[in-house]
Design a protein around this ligand. Structure first.
Ligand SMILES: [Zn+2]
Length: 339
């Protein structure tokens, strides 16, 4: 059986109840896993009994003559966010933090909001999703379709977050809960289970780094167990216009702007120091122009792969950096979200 531990990313203090950040120093929490890897994915999580939706449903990995791609848009709400929401909501339900009829809030640029809305519906919660006025209208429709209210805020990403936090509802901001990003460990496990050989490169769309961090933790766990020899190079890919991580790593002073890759917000990640040390050791962080993203989406569509701009950015990076066939793209959201 695995053992997970939640503690402060800065001072190491343990989380006592359900506080969002460390009560000693105000830093975000992180989660670490240890112990034997289990082939049955649910057994790699010790903080809930039964997941709300089964997490042994693997998303496909396809192979072309140029690259491989994992179709994370095969999740119920058509984006990888369901992986994280599934573990987070399973945890909160198991710990009785959520009860039917609770009024909850979240802030999101769209895909997380859609997933949050679906899980809220399943648990009978009354949900409100706060988004920016520039949010993708298709994603808003999807959120409302699952029965959640939406509130559009005219302001920065931080203003949207503060509106959700100060709404008087139970705030479930997915960025803060380590159980959210811990759901992405499964992606690394599936890559290990599904592929005959590990890829050399994994290209990951990067917004606030939760996907990147979760995949890294999954590979670290496999490495601890001696099941893989090394961690593939993990590429963190951002739009030039929304590249908070890249800019800080390279001492560039530039405010994020909305990109056509609307799921990638480009704010500075909450767990910046941890992410920067992982990127420096195991990966690279690179940026892609709007035109390169647009071309990449069309190219993938011509192959019959319909993903959103925020996912096509990985193919643009493969091309830009001339990466070989042993590269795996993580295609995070479906193209229908950009219609
Ligand atoms: Zn602390």
């Amino acid at each position: 059986m695995v053992l997970t531990k939640v503690f402060c990313s800065k001072c190491g203090a343990t989380r006592e109840n359900f506080e969002l950040v460390c009560t000693t120093c105000g830093s975000p929490f992180i989660i670490k896993v240890s112990g034997p890897y289990e082939k049955n994915t649910v057994s790699n999580y010790d903080y809930f009994e039964t997941p709300i939706i089964p997490i042994n449903l693997k998303t496909p990995i396809i192979e072309t003559n140029q690259f491989m791609a994992k179709f994370e848009f095969y999740n119920p709400t058509l984006s990888y966010k369901d992986r994280g929401m599934n573990t987070l909501f399973s945890f909160l339900k198991y710990k009785k933090f959520l009860q039917e009829g609770d009024e909850v809030s979240e802030d999101s640029s769209g895909n997380a909001g859609a997933s949050f809305a679906m899980f809220s519906k399943i648990l009978g919660l009354k949900a409100t999703v706060f988004t920016s006025v520039s949010a993708n209208p298709n994603k808003m429709k999807q959120i409302e379709g699952y029965g959640s209210r939406t509130e559009r805020i005219n302001g920065s990403r931080k203003d949207v977050e503060n509106s959700a936090k100060n709404s008087g509802l139970k705030y479930l901001g997915h960025q803060y809960w380590p159980e959210f990003y811990d759901g992405f460990r499964v992606i690394a496990y599936e890559i290990y289970e599904q592929m005959e050989h590990m890829p050399d490169n994994i290209l990951i769309p990067f917004s606030t780094g939760t996907l990147y961090l979760g995949i890294f933790e999954g590979f670290s766990h496999l490495l601890q167990n001696g099941l893989i020899e090394s961690i593939p190079t993990l590429w963190a890919i951002q739009p030039e216009k929304a590249s908070g991580m890249y800019n800080r790593l390279n001492n560039i002073d530039r405010e994020p702007e909305p990109s056509i890759a609307d799921a990638l917000t480009g704010v500075l990640p909450l767990r910046y120091s941890l992410l920067s040390s992982i990127i420096k050791t195991y990966g690279r962080c690179e940026v892609i122009s709007e035109n390169e993203i647009i071309d990449a989406k069309q190219y993938l569509l011509n192959l019959g792969i319909d993903c959103e701009y925020s996912s096509a950015i990985t193919y643009a990076a493969l091309k830009k950096f001339n990466l070989g066939k042993s590269s795996l793209l993580i295609l995070t959201g479906h193209g229908i979200k950009n219609l």
